[in-house]
Design a protein around this ligand. Sequence first.
Ligand SMILES: CC(C)(COP(=O)(O)OP(=O)(O)OC[C@H]1O[C@@H](n2cnc3c(N)ncnc32)[C@H](O)[C@@H]1OP(=O)(O)O)[C@@H](O)C(=O)NCCC(=O)NCCS
Length: 181
Amino acid sequence: MDTRPPPCESLQMPPTLRAAEPSDFDAIAAITNVYILGTAIHFGTEPVTSDELRREWLASRDRHPYLVAVVGDEVVGFAKASSFRARAAYARTAELGVYVHDAHQRRGLARGLYRAVIADCRARGFHSLIAGIALPNEASVALHEALGFGFVGVFHQIGFKFGAYHDVGFWELQLGLESLR
Ligand SMILES: CC(C)(COP(=O)(O)OP(=O)(O)OC[C@H]1O[C@@H](n2cnc3c(N)ncnc32)[C@H](O)[C@@H]1OP(=O)(O)O)[C@@H](O)C(=O)NCCC(=O)NCCS
């Protein structure tokens, strides 16, 4: 007889994807802070607050997509686009980011979120998408390459966190050309 406890109920529920809402940012901050406080995947060093993330979302939501994955009534992941650089000529380029709660990884949530964010970016007229990945990060590199992003190059030792320098690799996807890769 299997005496193990049943898996967490929420793991058995199908995820849904939707646009972020103001009440989602407590969960988004909690997911993000795991990676700020415990890893060099995120280059922040101080925890983010839900208020600061909500303000950023409000300031950019007319221009950039911000999607969440929800299981039951719990936000378990998010993906967003943001400005890559401020100068006007970069207006058709966006930088993407994606985070999934570790209890919900390897269930296709990031793939679904990214597909939806990429489709939304295309519909909004973006031409080029960029992802910067602090290395090593096997999961994120594999995710981006699975979705057609091409490797651009590495900036060596451009981040300093937890007493060590970190490299950042960049990947790109040109919308309209991705099916050629
Ligand atoms: C990277 C991350 C977002 C992937 O989320 P996920 O929901 O687990 O990914 P998915 O289940 O959608 O996987 C999609 C593909 O990504 C790749 N992948 C995901 N996790 C992987 C892992 N641990 N090892 C190797 N490949 C992985 C695989 O190609 C996978 O396709 P497959 O399952 O058919 O093999 C998640 O690991 C995460 O939140 N990591 C911490 C935050 C982070 O690194 N964010 C990106 C910052 S640049």
